[in-house]
Design a protein around this ligand. Sequence first.
Ligand code: SF4
Ligand code: SF4
Length: 502
Amino acid sequence: MADFETPSLKSYPMIPALTEDVMKDSAPFIAKPDHNAPLGFPGELVDNWEEKAIAKMGDLLGKYRGFQVYLDSCVKCGACTDKCHYFLGTTDPKNMPVARQDLLRSVYRRYFTFAGKYFPKLVGARDMSKEVLDEWYSYFHQCSQCRRCSVYCPYGIDTAEISMAAREIMDTVGVGQKYCNEIIAKVYKIGNNLGLPEKALRATLLDLEEDIFDETGINVKLPLDVKGADILFITPSADFFAEPHIDGLIGYAKVLHEAGVSWTFSSHASEAGNFGMFIGSYENMQQVAIRIREAAEDLGVKRIVHGECGHAWRVAYSFWNTLIGPFDFLDPNYPVPQHICEFTYDMLKRDKLNIDKSRNDDKTLTFHDSCNVARATRMGDKPGGQFDIPRAIIKAVCNNYVEMEAGTTKEATFCCGGGGGLLTDDLMEIRVKGAMPRMATLTEVVKEEGVTHMAAICAICKSQFSKVLPYYKMQMDMIVSVHQLVSNALILTGQVDEEDDD
Ligand code: SF4
Ligand code: SF4
C-alpha cells in the first residue's frame, strides 16, 4: 500500500435536484399600519410605490458603496449556489444565493445601468412591478442574512446586505414584515422585544434569586437599575423566561457573583437584541441601540457586558461605535463591548471558578456556532476567538465534547434556520426546511459519537432548535445554553457540594 492516509468515508454532500418555485408562496404576515408607524414607515403600499422603491434603491446605492459593488461584481461562477441552507432544505432554485441576489440585481440593472436601460432583455433587466415586489417579499424573507454564501464567493459578495437593502426598500413603500416591525415597536414602547414591563421583569428576577437560593443555599443577586454599579449587563429578553435561555441567565448571575463585581440589569435597556438589523434600517438599529447607551450613562456604569445573543453581539461588535459611540465614558481597561464568554473564560483561565466537570457527565456535548457570532464578530484578542472561547468554556466544564463535521462549523457553520427575523410561526415551513443541514450534521454525531446535547450562544438558535428538533425526531431539550453548562458545574463559594457529601 502506498504511504498515505485513505480518506474516511462520509455522507456524500448531495446537491439537490431543483424544484422550481416550490417556496414561492412562503411569506411572512405583512405588518399593519400600527406596526409600521412607530418605525417611521408608511402604513401600507403607497401611491407611486414603484418610483419610490427605485428612488430608495438609488439612495442606498449612494450611501452604501458595498451594495453597488455586490450588484456589479457577480460573475455567475456558481460557487455559492449550494451553500445556502434554505436552498439545500427547499431545493427551490430562487433560494440559491446568486438567484436571490438576481431578484434585486435585475431591477438595479433596469434603472441604474446603461445596458439595462436600453437593452433590458439582453442583460436580464426587469421593470419594478407588483409581481417583482411579491417575489422579493417572499424570497428576501427566506434569507436569514447568515452570510455563509459570502464565505465561498470569490468576490466576497454578501447576500445578507442585499436582503437587508431589499427589506428596507419594501418597508419604505409600506410593505414591512409584521414579526420584526411589531417587535421593534415594542422595544420603543416598553423596552424589550417581549413587551415585558419593569414590574414583571423585577418579579422574574426575584423568582430567579429564590430558585438559585433553593438550589445552592447562596444568595445570588440579579439586580435591576442599580445606580453606580460597575457593569451594565444586557441580554436578549428571551433569557428572562424562555427555556433553555433562562438556565444560561442563571449561569451568568453565578459567574458574576463569584467574580465579586457589582453589576445590574436595566429596565430601560432590558433588551440586547436589535431587530433593526434584520430589516436593514440603520435608523431603527440606532434607535434601538441608543437605549443601551442611555442606560449606561444614566446608571453611571464603567463596563457593558453582553449575554448570549448572536445578532445582538454582531450589532454591538460591528455597529455600536458608529451608531452610538464613542464610549469614552466607560473604563478603557475593558473591551467595549465585552461578551459574557470573554468574562467567564478569563475567570476560568485565572482559576477563579470552582468547577466540578463531572456534574455534566450525563451529557455528551457538541457546539453549534451561531452565524452572526461566527462570521461577523470576534471574541478575545486572537483571530478565531469567537470559535475557540466558547469551546474552551464548554471543555472546562464538561468531560465529553465532540465536534460536528468540519465544513459545517466555525466560519462555515450552517444557520439554525430561524435567524434574520424569520423566527415566527408564520414561517415554520422555511424554518424547518432551513434547519435540515444542521439537523443532518447533528444526527451524524448523535449516531456515531453518542452526542446527547448541542450548546449554543444565541437566543434565536436556542428558540429555533427547541422548536425544530422534534420535527427531526430529536428532543427539544437537546439544545442548551453554554452558561447553563457553566451553571451546572460551578460550585459557588460557601455552597455545600451535595455530591461530595454523599
Ligand atoms: S446570507 Fe445565508 S440565508 Fe442568505 S442567501 Fe446567503 S447563505 Fe442563504
Ligand atoms: S459565488 Fe459570488 S460571483 Fe459566484 S455566482 Fe455566487 S455571488 Fe456570483
